[in-house]
Design a protein around this ligand. Structure first.
Ligand code: P6P
Length: 344
């Protein structure tokens, strides 16, 4: 067990890595940690409160909003507003950006993009869910921050991470100098360093994909899945299929054990399902910092141009060798569009 260190102590200690830091990013990360503890409290007793199930409303994604989706969204926005270190919040739950215009926040230098409760359809069946966050510097020099401050390339992220509300609650993040994991100790209400310098194995034996969409997958994905299933002792195949429909939980497992997570184009998601700003970019930053790889099957996720707030992208992410192998199948088969697929 690493030496006892809370998230707050670690953040302050690492602040020294940024010579010009005045503590704003440190406070912003602590604000996110506070909201995570509040959301964790409700997620952990969801079955005992009238907070299960859906709210009856639909979010910008056209998905039914769970009551906890709305609760989590409100908690993170409130914590960021009170903290004063963020001038805009872009939430996966909201159609438009949320400018924080009070006297202090409007001059803050950071932007936060957040998926407040990813995988929330799993809450009612007690499957791990998560929060995904991404932090950028604002690029506008004066006046209120704008949408252009949010539509930044993934390589511009200052920090990114996730909280997984599972058998334990963990906060995992990077500021571009490696990945560290903190486990919430409920007895003291603190996230404590439990997984220093997380590294994803370069190769793995787990593949994570919703095979229910198999008939609509690009040819290269179909061929890669068949590759995973072939019996070959020399390469430890067949691999193990693990997919629980909660990106944070699937990626956290693969980060620790090694593996690949793929969400390609499908019939219902011709551009992929997962959101570039709220899911793909932050998780790509974390996985790359842990020594892994993240592409859309061809191009690096972090290099993709961000044109729309709720833009979607296919994603191949995880152990470097597994992702490169899947890309090779995609290249050989040709990266097909949805129209190509239906005419297969
Ligand atoms: P499907 C949850 O809704 C989510 O955004 C990710 O957390 C998860 O990986 C994916 O969608 C699951 O999608 O189509 O397999 O149910």
């Amino acid at each position: 067990m690493p030496e006892f260190k809370t998230l707050g102590q670690f953040i302050i200690e690492k602040q020294a890595d940024f010579p010009y830091a005045k503590g704003e990013l440190s406070r912003l990360l602590r604000d996110i940690g506070i909201a995570a503890k509040i959301v964790n409290r409700e997620v952990n007793k969801a079955g005992l409160m009238d907070i299960l199930g859906n709210s009856g409303s639909i979010n910008i994604q056209g998905e039914s909003q769970q009551k906890l989706d709305i609760y989590a969204n409100e908690q993170f926005i409130s914590a960021l507003r009170c903290g004063g270190e963020c001038c805009i919040v872009a939430s996966e739950e909201n159609e438009n950006i949320i400018p924080l215009n009070d006297v202090i926040s409007q001059h803050a230098k950071y932007i936060v993009a957040i998926d407040p409760l990813d995988g929330s359809s799993n809450i009612d069946v007690n499957v791990a869910v998560g929060t995904i966050f991404s932090i950028y510097h604002r690029v506008s020099q004066n006046g209120p921050a704008t949408l252009e401050d949010v539509l930044q390339c993934g390589t511009q992220q200052v920090a990114a991470g996730y909280i997984i509300y599972g058998s334990s609650t963990m906060l995992v993040y990077t500021t571009g100098k490696g990945v560290n994991g903190f486990t919430l100790d409920p007895s003291i209400g603190e996230f404590c360093l439990s997984h220093p310098n997380m590294q994803i194995p370069k190769d793995g034996l787990i593949y994570s994909i919703n095979e229910g969409n198999y008939v609509h997958f690009p040819k290269g994905v179909k061929q890669y899945i068949k590759y995973c299933q072939v019996e070959d002792k020399a390469t430890n195949r067949p691999y193990t299929s693990r997919y629980i429909g909660s990106m944070v939980a699937d990626l956290h497992r693969n980060l620790i054990k090694g593996g690949i997570f793929i969400y390609p184009v499908t019939a219902s998601a011709p551009n992929g399902k997962l959101r570039l700003v709220y899911e793909c970019n932050p998780m790509a930053f974390v996985i790359e910092q842990a020594g892994g790889r993240a592409t859309n099957g061809k191009d690096r996720i972090l290099d993709l141009e961000v044109n729309k707030l709720h833009q979607r992208s296919p994603i191949f992410i995880g152990s470097e060798k597994m992702v490169m192998r899947a890309e090779a199948f995609m290249e050989e088969a040709g990266v097909l569009t949805f129209n190509d697929i239906v005419n297969l």
